[in-house]
Design a protein around this ligand. Structure first.
Ligand code: SF4
Length: 185
């Protein structure tokens, strides 16, 4: 077994800014973005086989904890990333929507796999043909099921969005209009 050296351990880099003896100055947006990016609290809404693939992503081989997102939340009020994985029946739609609405802003949505993103192979009347019919989605992960590497890639893309999001976005007229288009106030 190889020995882990201190030089192998990487810490999150500070955002760009100005520094001198005893001080460091940067923008508030950047500090908040850095903190949010590296401490996502996902809520796994798993209804079928994609959920099993997510369990694999959480396990030691792939270890989602390396990205600061290992603290899963099964309470919408203590989560900022909704991960939808699996087939969503139309009867389940209002439940999923209720979970989304209970999450506080800022919140992000990751749609994992063909079923959550488009209904997948279940092109039939009881299945919701994509969760974007009931809520805005930030990142889609393709596949049936996606491999854990793809899930990690999806998380990295969410992290990119989180890091670069303006603190004002959630109160912007564009964002309010987006929610209004889903009937969410
Ligand atoms: S996308 Fe494929 S693996 Fe994922 S829930 Fe649907 S059928 Fe299962």
């Amino acid at each position: 077994m190889s020995e882990i050296k201190n030089s192998d351990i990487k810490v999150v880099g500070a955002p760009a800014g100005y520094e001198g003896p005893g001080f460091f100055a940067t923008q508030l947006d950047k500090v908040v973005g850095m903190a949010r990016k590296n401490s996502l609290w996902p809520l796994p809404f798993a209804t079928s086989c994609c959920g099993i693939e997510f369990m694999s992503t959480m396990s030691s081989t792939y270890d989602l904890g390396r990205f600061g997102a290992e603290r899963l939340s099964f309470s919408p009020r203590q989560a900022d990333l909704l991960m939808v994985m699996g087939t969503i029946a139309k009867k389940m739609g209002p439940v999923l929507r209720h979970v989304y609405e209970q999450m506080a802003e800022p919140r992000w949505v990751l749609s994992m796999g063909a079923c959550a993103s488009s209904g997948g192979i279940f092109d039939s009347y009881p299945v919701l043909q994509g969760i974007d019919k009931i809520m805005p989605v930030d990142v889609y992960i393709p596949g049936c099921p996606p491999r854990p590497e793809q899930v990690l890639d999806g998380i990295l893309r969410i992290q990119e969005l989180v890091q670069n999001e303006s603190l004002r976005r959630r109160s912007s007229p564009e964002y309010k209009a987006l929610l209004a288009s889903y009937g969410i106030e």
